[in-house]
Design a protein. Structure first.
Length: 278
């Protein structure tokens, strides 16, 4: 069976950049090339180890629909580091020189494109590998569609099929993956962390995220040893604030115009809970 590899460009670029965060790759002109080196390491590993029949690199090009449906979509993400913005044109040039197709479409993100192409290619008899560290792709996995996480930091390449998704997410079917909640930032100086979450629209208003947040808070305090936990949301989605209220968190601060997306600007509202307040 022919193999198609679809790479999530930005996920791999960010991953590559942060892999060298303590030891940046600086060239002779003083430019930070960590993002370029990290991305190319992943790309060349795939080509060398897997020898794919077909390969393409997919880039984000905005997602107005997601931002409209869920105002704090990616609001937890910090501004893109300058070194990554600097790297993007060079990566495009390298891919062009290597004659590797680049796929992007206005208003869509890489996972939209990869998900669509993966399902189409599966119907045409291809085995598809979605090359990304992003766990959200788990819901797309099928008998002929796999998640492919390139090696990093001494860890071997991970390939997740249906059984791996079921085991890691504790679900009976990959389509049961309906959202994500995780620790997105840690601060060792004050033993604190920040949690980010997203839930598919079809599952809103069922109390699911409230229960998930309670479980993660319990883990943070009883197993991870954090002393305080923060969560933030965009002001255009007050329902997310109600989730925090229900878990015992308290209002901390508001950052005016803290999140800007195409079509709107919103405040970022922070909540916090301390270990002793549980």
């Amino acid at each position: 069976m022919k193999k198609l590899f679809l790479l999530d460009a930005y996920a791999l670029i960010f991953r590559g950049y942060y892999a060298f965060i303590k030891n940046p790759r600086i060239n002779s002109k003083g430019m930070n090339t960590s993002a370029i080196v990290g991305f190319m390491n992943s790309l060349l590993e795939v080509i060398r180890k897997e020898q794919p029949h077909l390969l393409a690199v997919c880039f984000d090009k905005g997602s107005q629909e997601r931002s409209a449906l869920f105002p704090e979509y990616k609001a937890n993400r910090e501004e893109t580091p300058e070194a990554i913005r600097f790297a993007i044109p060079y990566i495009h040039q390298i891919l062009h020189a290597m004659q590797i197709p680049v796929i992007e479409k206005e208003g869509y993100e890489a996972d939209d494109i990869i998900g669509t192409l993966a399902k189409q290619a599966e119907k045409q008899g291809y085995t598809v590998y979605m090359v990304t560290p992003d766990k959200d792709y788990g819901q797309l996995v099928s008998p002929n569609i796999f998640m492919y996480k390139p090696a990093r930091g001494g860890k071997d390449t991970e390939i997740w099929g249906v059984e791996e998704v079921k085991e890691n997410f504790q679900v009976e079917n990959p389509e049961q993956v309906i959202g994500d909640i995780s620790i997105i930032e840690m601060n060792e100086d004050d033993s604190s962390c920040e949690i980010g979450y997203v839930l598919g629209k079809n599952y809103w208003s069922r109390g699911l995220m409230t229960e998930a947040l309670k479980a993660i808070l319990d883990f943070c305090f009883t197993q991870a040893g954090f002393q305080k936990v923060k969560v933030r949301y965009a002001s255009l989605n007050p329902a997310s604030g109600h989730v925090m209220d229900k878990t015992g968190m308290s209002y901390l601060k508001t950052v005016a115009n803290g999140v800007e997306r195409k079509g709107y600007i919103a405040n970022l509202i922070y909540y916090q809970i301390n270990w002793e307040d549980r």
